[in-house]
Every structure is written in C-alpha cells, then in structure tokens.
Ligand binder design. Structure first.
Ligand code: GDP
Length: 302
C-alpha cells in the first residue's frame, strides 16, 4: 500500500499516458512503438534501456501475433520486470553476516537524503530485532552530525561522533571499536558528500574504507549509494562517478514519491548493473521500503 501511494505521481503520469496510447490506437504499428518510446524516455527509463525494451516488445508482439494494443500493456509490464531482473544479483536485502558485525558504508552527494535514509534503515533494522550503531562520518557539512544525532534519538540508536571538521577516518576507527566492544549487529556509516571536490571526496572515501577493511576483515559488507530520484539522469551520472571510485553494492533511491519519472529505477538497474535495495517514499522514518521489481512495475499499472 505504501509502495503504491509513493508511486502516485509516476503512476498518474506514466500509466496514464500508456493507457491513453493503448486506447487511441487500433493496431500495433510503428507509430505506436514510437509514441511508446517517447513515453518511456519521458519517464526517465533511459535511452539505452528504452531501446532494449522496445526491441524486446517488437519481438514479443510478433511472436505472439498480437494485434490489439490493449494486449501490449501486460507485455510491457512483463518486459519491464524481466529487464530489471536480468543479470546478476538483485537481492533487495543487506548482506548480513551470520555471526559478528555487519558494516554498511553509506555514500552519496549532499542533499540526496543520505542522513534521512540512514535513520530510516536504522529504524527498520531495529524493528527486525537487530542492534544498530551509527557512525557520524560526515564531519564536513555543517549540521550533519547534529542531524544524525536527531535521527539516532528518534529511532533509539547511539551515534559515535567527533567534532565537526575532524578526520572521518578517526571517527570510523572509534565507531568500529565501539561496535566491536558492544557486539552490535550492524554499524551504519555516514560519509561526506561534497562532489564539488571530487578528488578529495574520493580520497576520503578510500581512506575511510581502508580503516574499515583493516579493523573488520571482509568489511564493508555493503556500500550503499544514495541517489535522489527527482534528479533523473543526474542520478545516473552520480552512480557512474561513485562506482568508478568505490565498489557500490546497492542503491538507495530516495524521493520516489516526489517524481513522476520513477522509470529512473530501471535505468539505474539496467545501465549500472547495481541492484536498488531500498526506496524512499517520503520524509518520515517509516517511509522506506525494500525494493521489489514486480511490486514496483505492477504497482505502476494497478
Ligand atoms: P543528505 O544531505 O544527503 O544527508 O540529505 P538529508 O537526509 O538531509 O535529506 C535532504 C532532504 O530530503 C530532507 O528535507 C529530507 O526530509 C528529504 N528526503 C529524504 N528522503 C526523502 C524521501 O524519500 N522522500 C521525500 N519526499 N523527501 C525525502
């Protein structure tokens, strides 16, 4: 239900247009495919993914000898799910360690919803019965530490911090020691997100990662990249930059509730080959869902 609600804008726009298209055409011809292509590109599905999808649709329509445009609609949903699920691991869950600490590094540009998402994930994990600790690794942005503490209080988890401007690698070291001493299940690590200075940011990320690797062999077990769905193709270029710098294992796509162009989920998945693990559907602590491609695609048309 929450998922459906969060997708209202995308559903109204994208599905409305598809329904209209299907109602206007009497047979499935080249013009039909061209219009469909435009609708998909307009929904930020991404040019490459759209081309792939249209090719698949053409073949399927031919194979099944579909004449009636209304029958194409269900094939579109099928193909969207197929494209999402193609290829490697699409597991929506965090790679939890069976025994011992799971370290999750959270990266992304300022303003995308990184702090909020960490708070939401912490709440979710706590509800699942896990003990959680937060590391205030964004020592650069004014207010970032306070904001994380507010979330910590709200969801009832401790935050390990130092003062603003301190070395993020030192904060991470403290947090790792605390997590080990307290035997917590999951350590969620915030990081700085100033992209204006790309080289420094990436160097800092590397340094933080090295501390984690040294203190907990095999960690970080997840590197989650937070992307803002309302920034469309910009989110895709951020994904490219971050995955060049570090091994991103999953995406948290925020603000899906705020966009009519939810097709960006498919573009990211298909072009970056990184699974979307969580989606943000609002500002509140409970507005976070594990991503499920079928729920998503069928939710668009339901
Ligand atoms: P950070 O700079 O990346 O840490 O971003 P913040 O966590 O401070 O979030 C920036 C703004 O986006 C805040 O006003 C959040 O309430 C808002 N926000 C974060 N996630 C979502 C979401 O899923 N939906 C909506 N509508 N707003 C969100």
């Amino acid at each position: 239900e929450k998922f459906r609600e969060g997708l209202t804008k995308t559903r109204d726009s994208f599905s409305g247009k598809v329904n209209d298209l299907v109602a206007r055409y009497r047979k499935v011809d080249e013009d039909f495919f061209e219009e469909l292509e435009e609708i998909l590109i307009g929904a930020d599905v991404g040019v490459n993914t759209v081309m792939e999808l249209i090719d698949e649709l053409r073949m399927e329509v031919k194979r099944r000898n579909i004449q009636d445009p209304r029958e194409v609609q269900s094939v579109i949903s099928e193909k969207l799910v197929e494209i999402y699920q193609a290829g490697d691991d699409v597991s929506p869950t965090i790679n939890f360690q069976q025994d011992g600490l799971t370290v999750v590094l959270v990266v992304g540009v300022n303003g995308v919803g990184k702090t909020t998402s960490i708070g939401k994930i912490a709440k979710k994990l706590k509800q699942e019965g896990k003990s959680v600790l937060l590391a205030a690794g964004d020592t650069f942005r004014a207010g970032a530490i306070d904001q994380l503490e507010v979330w910590g209080e709200r969801v009832g988890v401790d935050v390990i911090k130092q003062s603003e401007g301190s070395d993020p690698a030192a904060v991470m070291y403290d947090a790792l020691q605390a997590a080990k001493a307290r035997k917590v299940d999951v350590l969620l690590c915030d990081t700085a997100g100033r992209l204006q200075n790309k080289v420094n940011l990436m160097k800092e990320l590397e340094k933080v990662k090295r501390v984690i690797e040294r203190e907990v062999p095999g960690a970080p077990h997840e590197v989650l990249l937070v992307l803002d769905a309302t920034t469309g193709q910009n989110a895709l270029s951020q994904a490219k930059i971050f995955s060049e710098a570090t091994n991103v294992t999953g995406i948290v796509l925020t603000k899906l509730d705020g966009t009519a162009k939810g097709g960006i989920v498919l573009a990211i998945r298909n072009e970056m080959k990184i699974p979307v693990k969580f989606v943000g559907l609002g500002e509140k602590a409970e507005d976070l869902q594990e991503f499920n491609a079928e729920q998503y695609v069928y939710g668009l048309f339901a």
